[in-house]
Design a protein around this ligand. Sequence first.
Ligand SMILES: Cc1ncc(COP(=O)(O)O)c(C=O)c1O
Length: 417
Amino acid sequence: MFSPIHHTFAPLGDLSQCLLAFALTLQPWKYKRGAAVKRLERALAEKFECEAYTFGSGREALLALLKALKVRPGEEVIVQGYTCVVVPNAIHASGALPKFADIAEDTLNMDPASVEALMTPRTRAVICQHTFGIPADTTRLRALCDRYLPGRQAGGAVLIEDCAHSIPDQNQSMGYSGDFVILSFGRDKAISGISGGAVLSRDPATTMELRKIQGTAVDHSMWTICRLLQYPLFYAVARPLYGLWIGKALLKALRSLRLLIPILDVQEKEGSMSPVLHRIPNACASLALAQLRSLRKINDHRRMLTRFYFEEARKRGWRFPGAILPYSLLQKFPLFFPGAEQLRRALKAENIHLNDGWTGCVICPENIDLGKTEYVPGTDPAAEDVCVRILSLPTHPKTSLRQARRLVEAIQQQIDN
Ligand SMILES: Cc1ncc(COP(=O)(O)O)c(C=O)c1O
């Protein structure tokens, strides 16, 4: 009853992650370095049949890759509108310019026709994001990237798949077509190490550069790693109390004491990114590895809730992206409602918190400095239209089927009122 329905309260912090985080907290010698980093890289390399290099976060993994590709100032990287600000920030930090392709409403992914219109001899890479786990059209994007770009010495552009939101366990729907793949082990991603990310490479020359760049990455401080490890533990205490004032007060206190590390710092919200790359802490690699080993179970839960929302939405006549299937593997289930923001606000009174940061903005979250991202309003009309109508429902392991039932009933009640 007091436990909230939410997107961002340690959504992957289940009992086994809490126990492991607690055990790791007591072993500070395992914080920075240890065997887990190599084990995680080996497991990813085996799964995706490529080379894997880990970094401190997904955004750092992307920056490391763009550095390894030696992108030059003035070169362009195509990314979709409706993305997280850290993606254009990493592009800027590499010296390249982001170009924003529009999305297709039925996939929330980049529209290949819009990508084609943006491709020039300056295009160095296309970052194809599998938004919320809906697979992007990698076949068409692959063909576009492989096409010779007149005036470009090296031929075409590289295809980078961004699998931050979803890692498949049963098929090769995502992560197998790109020259490179970016993964995030952030707290609310496909799997969580609280923090961390990886680049997967299928290009031998870039692989060598990545290895060199990884060698220059620095460790996070012990204090930072210790705070990262407390994240699932703090939420395990605060979550059940969130419906009472005490849970909210506890989280507020933890934030103001800086014991909870924000996902975006002030500099990132203002559109820039530190050029310093970090190693993934060994402790975070341990957590991510444990979740990678439980990928099937995590994904089965997401598929179960996706099917439930799919059937309920169909039955109730709610709109959602056409590419979603009953068995899709979604990080969250997007619905379209004209008054999505009002609905979200009304649901808060019922301890239902559906603001996931991907609402009301083309470059997310809403409170960033849009001007600094170089996104020009009006560029991507479909993305601008979708982002104000979207209402996403959680599929993560901390959302039970019972809560999902309560959620759809609460939405229906608000619509009927
Ligand atoms: C689509 C996408 N790609 C990459 C990232 C970067 O991941 P990280 O938070 O690990 O830096 C994010 C983070 O929000 C994201 O949403």
